[in-house]
Design a protein around this ligand. Structure first.
Ligand code: MTE
Ligand code: MO
Length: 492
């Protein structure tokens, strides 16, 4: 039973951290409701009134503990059998979790984590329990050892259960603060002509739920707007501390900016486009008065992550924003709520600090940041790149006219031209969509008269500085991948 409680606590914690709608216990409860005949359920509810849910959940927990007690009894003679029963109990929770109609890809995790913890604890505790039973408690140290171990585990389980409550509540509190905000954000609609609507090409505006996510946070920092402050210090004339309301009072601007991760492989999907709303970073730096000696802004997030950004990129007039909104709504918690940075033209790891709380105006010579400490470059301008979204590698197409399409990007430089090459043929110019901003990616499409056989398609972009995207392949480390994206298609 101790093992069962340990597993239960771990499952609750995993569910809270993963923001699962249901913990495994609740999932089993829902499954019970599902298989209970309507008449029986109605009579039960009539009998117990609004206690139906707490009773059901307690029933599930009791059932679990009963099962665990059986596993304990069985384990005295057949440790294997006891383990098997523990695994079966976890399997019930697993089955209930993944068969919920709204099950997410991660729904199985809490039951696996909790089940694993329970089975592991059972196997660890059982020999100690057997030592007591076997010696008929004549040896007091065996008994004491077992009691200490079991007691310690129970206390641990209680702490974990309490932590899971706390995690869940903190999350709900911030979620509520977020949904009660009334920000003056531009509504989002795709600018005319930006989306070519080619099937298989990602939408020009990335829906927020599909926006890539990269951070080092196991669970996202939970910061309420009421508690948020940005401290600006370092090589400035005036130190400033700005609250959320003070930030909003400066007025919001909207900008289309395509954010990209330096870890994006050639052809990868760690790139997304959104409309960001926020206050120009340059305005805040001007208020603080930046010293001419400084060349960097070291930004720190609530969870201690850091990035170093060239001051030049923040003050040269581009839409570098201290953002509070994304695609017309307050930033989602995962994307940096309540406030993050977004800088066109720079990879996220040197510029896009989420949950940002501190700015130090400083010099690159005087610090290192989170990823520069781990082998990545201190500089991170986005490299001009292009990607084929359709066809995909391995696709089969009918012979005849067909469409090749994708996206290209050179944030804050702009895309001049995209070319497609079939096998060893000539580079042929593709048609570009309208580009509402040089800070976002551009869709392209190319008509291809596909001839039977196996073909390799390649794409390359030329940006408005005249630079033609290199075909030389470079790894993502230390400052971004290069090379042409190619796909293999068979035409038959
Ligand atoms: N606090 C914090 N901010 C962060 C990161 C992080 O790990 N922690 N990762 C950065 C990286 S590497 C990228 S690519 C972008 C990704 O932003 P997104 O998750 O909103 O897409 O956030 C940046 N900001
Ligand atoms: Mo990144």
């Amino acid at each position: 039973m101790v093992a069962g409680l340990v597993g239960l606590a771990m499952a609750e914690l995993a569910a809270a951290v993963l923001r699962a709608r249901l913990s495994p216990v609740a999932a089993v409860g829902e499954a019970v409701i599902e298989v209970t005949p309507g008449g029986v359920a109605e009579r039960a509810i009539e009998a117990v009134g609004q206690w139906d849910k707490p009773l059901l959940l307690s029933g599930v927990v009791l059932g679990l503990l009963l099962g665990c007690a059986c596993a304990g009894v069985i384990g005295v003679r057949r440790p294997r059998g006891g383990t098997l029963l523990m695994v079966a109990l976890a399997a019930i929770a697993f089955a209930a979790s993944v068969t919920r109609p709204d099950a997410a890809p991660t729904s199985f995790l809490p039951s696996i984590i909790g089940g694993g913890a329970g089975v592991f604890t059972y196997q660890w505790l059982l020999p100690r329990a057997l030592a007591v039973v076997g010696k008929r408690s004549e040896e007091p140290t065996g008994r004491r050892k077992f009691l200490v171990a079991a007691g310690g585990l129970l206390v641990g389980a209680a702490v974990v259960a309490w932590a899971s409550r706390w995690v869940g509540q903190a999350r709900r509190g911030v979620e509520q603060a977020r949904s009660s905000l009334r920000l003056a954000l531009a509504s989002v609609s795709t600018p005319d002509g930006a989306d070519l609507g080619v099937r298989g090409v990602v939408p020009w505006v990335t829906p927020t739920t599909d926006f890539y996510r990269i951070d080092t946070a196991l669970a996202p920092p939970l910061v309420s707007p009421a508690d948020w402050e940005l401290r600006i210090h370092g090589l400035v004339e005036r130190e400033l501390t700005i609250s959320y309301d003070e930030l909003l009072a400066r007025g919001l601007q909207d900008a289309w900016i395509t954010l990209c991760c330096v870890s994006n492989e050639v052809g990868g999907d760690l790139i997304s486009n959104a409309q960001w709303s926020g206050v120009p970073i340059a305005d805040l730096l001007a208020e603080a008065g930046v010293s001419p000696d400084a060349d960097a802004l070291l930004s720190t997030s609530q969870d201690g992550w850091t990035a170093g950004t060239p001051l030049s990129a923040l003050t040269d007039g581009r839409d570098a924003l201290l953002a509070v909104g994304m695609n017309g709504v307050p930033l989602p918690i995962e994307h940096g709520f309540p406030v993050r940075m977004v800088v066109p033209g720079l990879y996220g790891f040197v510029s896009a600090t989420k949950w940002v709380v501190e700015w130090e105006v400083t010099r690159f010579a005087d610090f290192t940041a989170y990823w520069t400490d781990r082998g990545w470059s201190p500089d991170g301008p986005v490299k001009t790149q292009s990607r084929i979204d359709t066809p995909r590698s391995g696709d089969r197409r009918e012979p005849g006219p067909t469409r090749v399409g994708g996206v290209a990007w050179a944030q804050h430089t702009g895309i001049e031209r995209v070319e497609v090459r079939v096998d060893d043929g000539e580079w042929q110019e593709a048609t570009l969509a309208r580009e509402p901003s040089i800070d976002s990616w551009v869709q392209w499409v190319h008509g291809w008269d596909a001839e039977p056989g196996d073909h390799t398609l390649a794409v390359r972009a030329t940006d408005r500085s005249g630079y033609i995207q290199t075909g030389a392949q470079a790894d993502t480390v230390p400052d971004g991948a290069t090379g042409w994206h190619t796909v293999e298609v068979s035409v038959a």
